[in-house]
Write a protein that binds this ligand. Structure first.
Ligand code: HEM
Length: 436
């Protein structure tokens, strides 16, 4: 294996590390296939590994030329007990998974694969598996898994838009406003699972749970919900969006116009996600010496034919998910033995509650997913108890024409019955969801 260049001069080295471009491609395919086998929502590893790529790469400080997508997150998590690396809390799921997957890949066809490459390709695959865009990424990031990167400047959930723009600017992003908004779109999937939220203003700091009403689907519903959550938080009783998310919607910030654009145009979000995520995955690693730009990729045919149709096989036999209901949910609201989640057809969390759209709508912009989930809350993935029930106010379900066009939710007629918490089995205050 090639010896990585001196600190501060990390260059992409696909041939040096993998022996040839051909073999680098094979390793890339192996990484993506392994990710598909390993990642799933049941244990939370899928969103966790998307977050891991951010925490590995965004330590980069352009001025000092330190940090970046170099696998050092592995060491930093091992030192996780130190307060210095508190920012990485919650990433232990992906850490354990990568620690298993890399030796496996090294033993089965790619002895050279780096942790740094694995982390970025697992994240790209996670997005694909959650129905997001396929993103081709390069191979050849050298590892620095025995070192730690500076994390003191790392973003927190209390960052306002300007602080976030600075953060991404310091990391070397060309367009740090775009990076702030589009990369936060990662919070369309996943949970707050470990962070003890600081008490920043105007955000719900009440513990653990999914960011959005559909934490399984990667798309622009995050932007819709951030806007609406700010305007009428009670319509989103289950959301755990953070101040750093919601503050981007504030009128007058440098982020809010772009956020509204993504809320209305999923295609635009996907396009920009591709380029910004490629940039993120190359922070601190210069591709030019190897003859690439950051927007090149090794993923010939990325997304197909290897990409998986929804639902991914990992949905076929998920572990039983604990659903915790607050004590004030009437037992009568919880029926049957089958969860509303299906393994075929459209994702039920995306559907509109039948008949609900007739309500008077005070909200300027409302999305379908939230209303459906207010009726049938999404379970928190592989995590500790989260509040999982709630009722949306009548006004929370109307959909403006622009939103209706932008949304890919199936027509209301196809939506499943909207019995609150339908199908969850109650055991005291804890229910177990099972799939048909
Ligand atoms: C200013 C920027 C950001 C801040 C302040 C931030 C903060 C956070 C926090 C506090 C959590 C909860 C962690 C926990 O309790 O487990 C979280 C989760 C998450 N973040 Fe971010 N984040 C930011 C940007 C990003 C970016 C750029 C990505 C991906 C490219 C990302 C992906 C995720 C994902 C997928 C989760 C859910 C993880 C899971 O379910 O285990 N975040 N983020």
């Amino acid at each position: 294996m090639a010896v990585p260049p001196a600190w501060g001069k990390t260059v992409l080295d696909p041939v040096g590390i993998y022996g040839s471009l051909q073999h680098a491609r094979e390793c890339m395919r192996l990484a993506r296939r392994t990710a598909r086998d390993y990642l799933n929502f049941g244990d939370g590893s899928l969103p966790n590994c998307l977050r891991m790529s951010f925490h590995d790469a965004a330590t980069y400080l352009k001025d000092q030329d330190v940090g970046g997508a170099n696998g050092s997150i592995m060491r930093e998590l091992e030192e996780g007990a130190l307060p210095r690396f508190k920012q990485h809390d919650g990433l232990q799921i992906c850490h354990a998974l990568i620690k298993t997957a890399v030796p496996l890949m090294r033993a089965t066809g790619c002895p050279q694969i780096t942790y740094a490459d694995t982390i970025q390709h697992f994240a790209a695959t996670a997005v694909e598996m959650a129905q997001g865009p396929a993103v081709p990424l390069l191979m050849g990031r050298p590892d620095r898994i025995n070192e730690t990167d500076p994390v003191e400047h790392f973003s927190t959930e209390c960052f306002d838009p300007e602080q976030q723009i600075n953060f991404w600017g310091n990391s070397g992003f060309n367009d740090s406003i775009k990076a702030t908004v589009v990369l936060s779109g990662a919070h369309s999937i996943g949970n707050v699972r470990a962070a003890k939220m600081r008490n920043c203003t105007q955000a719900k700091n009440d513990g653990l749970g999914p960011f959005t009403s559909n934490p399984y689907k990667f798309d622009n519903h995050y932007f819709l919900e951030a806007i609406n959550y700010h305007q009428m938080p009670r319509a989103y009783p289950n959301n755990h969006l953070m101040y750093s998310d919601i503050s981007q919607t504030f009128y007058g910030t440098r982020t809010f116009m772009l956020l509204y654009k993504y809320a209305q145009n999923n295609t635009l979000f996907f396009q920009d996600w591709r380029t910004e995520f490629q940039e993120l995955s190359m922070l601190g690693v210069s591709p030019t010496q190897a003859g690439y730009t950051i927007h090149d990729g090794f993923c010939d045919g990325c997304g197909e034919p290897e990409s998986v149709a929804w639902p991914h096989p990992s949905f076929a036999a998920p572990p039983a998910l604990p659903l915790f209901f607050p004590p004030d949910v009437p037992a009568s609201a919880i029926t049957g033995g089958v969860a509303t989640m299906t393994t075929t057809g459209p994702n039920p969390h995306q559907t509109r509650v039948p008949g609900a759209s007739v309500a008077a709508a005070p909200a300027p912009m409302v999305d379908a997913a939230a209303s459906a989930t207010a009726a049938a809350p999404a379970p928190a993935m592989g995590m500790a108890p989260a509040e999982a029930a709630g009722t949306a106010p009548a006004g929370a379900v109307a959909m403006g024409p622009a939103m209706a066009a932008a949304s890919d939710a199936p027509p209301a007629a196809e939506a499943p019955a909207a019995a609150p918490n339908a199908g969850a089995v109650r055991e005291g205050s804890v229910a177990t969801a099972s799939l048909p």
